[in-house]
Write a protein that binds this ligand. Structure first.
Ligand code: IPE
Ligand code: IPE
Ligand code: MG
Length: 245
C-alpha cells in the first residue's frame, strides 16, 4: 500500500511502497555531548530517549521491523568507562521501557553476539525478550555486540557444523541467509544514519545489498519524529530497480 498522505514529486515513478523494515545507525551521541561541554555518556543518555521516539514513530507509521545499531563488535574497544556506562543504560532501559513495549504491542529482539555480555545483562535481556514474545505489531531489534563480519563468520561455522558427518553440504544464498542472526525478518528497505558519516561501520553488510540509504547530519540525540517522517517521505520517492531496467 502506498504511504498515506505523501505526495510523490516525481510523476514518472511509481510511489514506492511503505518500508517493511527500517534499520538505523544511531550515531553522533559523543559529538552531541562534547559540543555542549558534557561528558560523552550524557550523549548516550539522551540517545536512549531518542530510541524511544524512533520506536514510537515507527510503530505509528506501521513499520513492521525496526533494527537499531546500539553497540557494535568494535565498540568493545572504547574506554572501559564508556562501555560500562552503555551497559548500565541498557539494563536500566530494558526494565523502564517494558510497560511501553507491552502497551504498544512491540516485541523486543536482538541480533549480535550477545554471549559476550555479562550474566546480569543477559538475564535482563532475556526477561524482556520473553515478556514481549507475544507482541505482534512491531519487532524492535537491538543490534548488540553486533558486527556483520562476525555474524557471517558465525553463520558459516554453523552451516559447516550442521553438515558435519553428512555428505550433504549444499550452500545457497538462502542457506546463508537462514543462518544469519536476522533470519526471522526481511532485509532492510531503508537505512537511516544520523551524525553524517557515510559508511556502514560493519552493519548488516549482507542484508543491505539493495537497501536505500538516508544519511542526515543531525546527531542521534536530536533525532525527532519529524526526522523519521522526512525519511519516509524521501524513501517514497526512491525508485528501487534491483539491477533491472
Ligand atoms: C553512537 O554514538 C552510539 C554508539 C556507538 C554506542 P557515538 O558514541 O559513536 O558518537 P560519536 O560518533 O562519537 O559522536
Ligand atoms: C556505529 O557507530 C555503531 C553504532 C551506532 C552502535 P560508530 O561510531 O561505532 O562507527 P564509526 O566508528 O564512526 O565507523
Ligand atoms: Mg560514532
Amino acid at each position: 500500500m502506498p504511504l498515506q498522505g505523501l505526495e510523490n514529486t516525481d510523476k514518472n515513478s511509481i510511489l514506492t511502497e511503505k518500508p517493511q523494515h527500517i534499520a538505523i545507525i544511531m550515531d553522533g551521541n559523543g559529538r552531541w555531548a562534547t559540543a555542549q561541554g558534557k561528558p560523552r555518556t550524557a550523549g548516550h543518555i539522551a540517545g536512549a530517549e531518542a530510541v524511544r521516539r524512533a520506536a514510537e514513530a515507527a510503530r505509528e507509521a506501521g513499520i513492521r521491523y525496526l533494527t537499531v545499531y546500539a553497540f557494535s563488535s568494535e565498540n568493545w574497544h572504547r574506554p572501559q568507562e564508556e562501555v560500562n556506562a552503555l551497559m548500565t543504560l541498557l539494563v536500566q532501559h530494558l526494565s523502564s521501557e517494558l510497560p511501553l513495549l507491552l502497551k504498544q504491542d512491540i516485541r523486543l529482539r536482538t541480533i549480535g553476539n550477545v554471549s559476550l555480555f555479562s550474566e546480569e545483562i543477559r538475564t535482563a535481556l532475556q526477561e524482556t525478550l520473553d515478556k514481549t514474545a507475544h507482541c505482534k505489531s512491531m519487532d524492535l531489534v537491538l543490534a548488540l555486540s553486533y558486527g556483520s563480519r562476525d555474524e557471517i563468520t558465525r553463520a558459516v561455522r554453523s552451516i559447516i557444523k550442521n553438515a558435519a558427518g553428512t555428505d550433504n553440504l549444499q550452500i545457497t544464498e538462502e542457506t546463508i541467509a537462514a543462518h544469519l542472526d536476522t533470519s526471522f525478518m526481511p532485509d532492510p528497505d531503508l537505512l537511516i544514519r544520523t551524525g553524517g558519516e557515510q559508511r556502514l561501520s560493519n552493519f548488516l553488510l549482507w542484508q543491505m545489498a539493495y537497501t536505500e540509504f538516508y544519511i542526515i547530519t543531525t546527531p542521534w540525540p536530536d533525532f525527532s519524529k519529524d526526522d523519521f517522517q522526512k525519511a519516509l517521505v524521501e524513501y517514497s520517492k526512491r525508485n528501487r530497480r534491483y539491477g533491472h531496467v
